[in-house]
Design a protein around this ligand. Sequence first.
Ligand SMILES: Cc1cc2nc3c(=O)[nH]c(=O)nc-3n(C[C@H](O)[C@H](O)[C@H](O)COP(=O)(O)OP(=O)(O)OC[C@H]3O[C@@H](n4cnc5c(N)ncnc54)[C@H](O)[C@@H]3O)c2cc1C
Length: 451
Amino acid sequence: MKKITIVGGGASGTLLALNILKLGSEVPVTLNLVERSSRLGRGVAFGTENELHLLNVPAGRMGAFADDVGHFHAWLQERGLPYGPDYFVPRVLFGEYLRSIFATQITDGTNGVQLNLIDDEAIGLSPNSASADIILRSGEVLPSDKVVLAFGNFDPPHPNVPDLGFTAAPKYFRSPWDRTITEKISPDDSVLIIGTGLSMVDVVIQLTARGQRGRIYAISTRGLLPARHKLGYTYPSFYDEISGRARITDILKTVRRHIRNAHATGSNWRAVIDSLRPHTQQIWMDLPTNEKRYFMQHLSRYWNVARHRMPAEVGDVLDELQKYGKLAVLKGRLKDITYTDGVFDTEFSVIGEQGNIRTNAIVNCIGSECDYSKLDSGLVRDMLDKGVVCRDELRLGLNATPDGRLIDCKSEPSDIIYTLGTAMKGILWESTAIPEIRGQAHALAHRLVRE
Ligand SMILES: Cc1cc2nc3c(=O)[nH]c(=O)nc-3n(C[C@H](O)[C@H](O)[C@H](O)COP(=O)(O)OP(=O)(O)OC[C@H]3O[C@@H](n4cnc5c(N)ncnc54)[C@H](O)[C@@H]3O)c2cc1C
């Protein structure tokens, strides 16, 4: 009997389990899917219940299977939900979709795979010569021939200021996914959001929808908002012009030239960026480490706003809020945050000038912590201490082969421990969204079951 354990039942873990069940096995397989939150298939992205939190990929491209990207849209239609393939639908529906197709697969048959859904937290991993034991918080031990770490997104780090005393204040929210934000922040509170990416957008929309009267500020070092989606444009692939290039500035020049060409020929810069998507992982893997570092330091912010875009209607809401002074987007580097008598005083600097904002609440939207040595996770700490996993050289996730075999501290790729999704960011760069995760889940399922 082959035993496979998946740690994490967010989108990645659920998609992997689904692929294994679909594929089936001729030899008996036990599949353990361990999720600590009792919210299988949801995770942080699809766990929101707020209908205003929209997907940032059109419904027609969010299918669970790489060979049927329209599957999610077909599912919406079967339920009579009035969304076209170009709609950005509430994320909660995608969570329902994952749970629904997973349940259907279980009803249709698990094809020789015995599935155990385990409502618990994995807190340790003990390696054996050709297997590993996963230790659960309940004390149960899961002997496993193969382990997949699908633990996804972790809480953001606190803001980088000298005194973190303010983090104990009741209206400091370490994570934008905290479900008590609208309950604890009153409509008249002024709010500072640290970070100006898509999570900031979620928080602004959530507060506005329930009638926020207090002013909202959002700050980041560049003050850049995500670009808006504009659908309906295409651009031919020019990957052959950048394939194998080892300098990021050469690649940038080529991309800029194509953006100019796109505008001259009636297309759009977004289509140029999107045409790179199938090749982004290869482009990243071909770059030497110093070029990847250069990208992270100087270009990644611009890439992120161009690549991770918001639906246009959401952009319209943000414009209105800024026009009427309800939202101020600031550019600045945080210097200090203090908290006295219900008020946060945040000091920041921008090109030598000092500024300060006084607010009643702070929501941290810096983005998931990716330096695994700083994570508040017993399992990760245990694995790093034992040297069975280590961080990638850019500290964006874990070191692994491009197909997801984790590499230990002696640089040996494992035949037992695998990962997919966010932990692969340092290796593949583009590895956090469903279009990438569904491909990884499909390939990994084949490898785990058929090898
Ligand atoms: C706010 C937000 C919006 C997004 N929107 C989109 C979108 O519109 N389209 C898109 O394609 N992508 C989107 N993404 C990207 C998103 O990260 C992925 O699509 C996907 O949700 C990642 O799923 P995951 O399972 O890898 O991680 P997660 O969603 O973080 O799930 C990981 C799961 O593992 C569990 N877990 C962790 N550690 C343990 C442990 N030790 N024991 C047991 N369980 C554990 C957690 O409880 C969690 O349920 C979004 C991301 C965020 C943060």
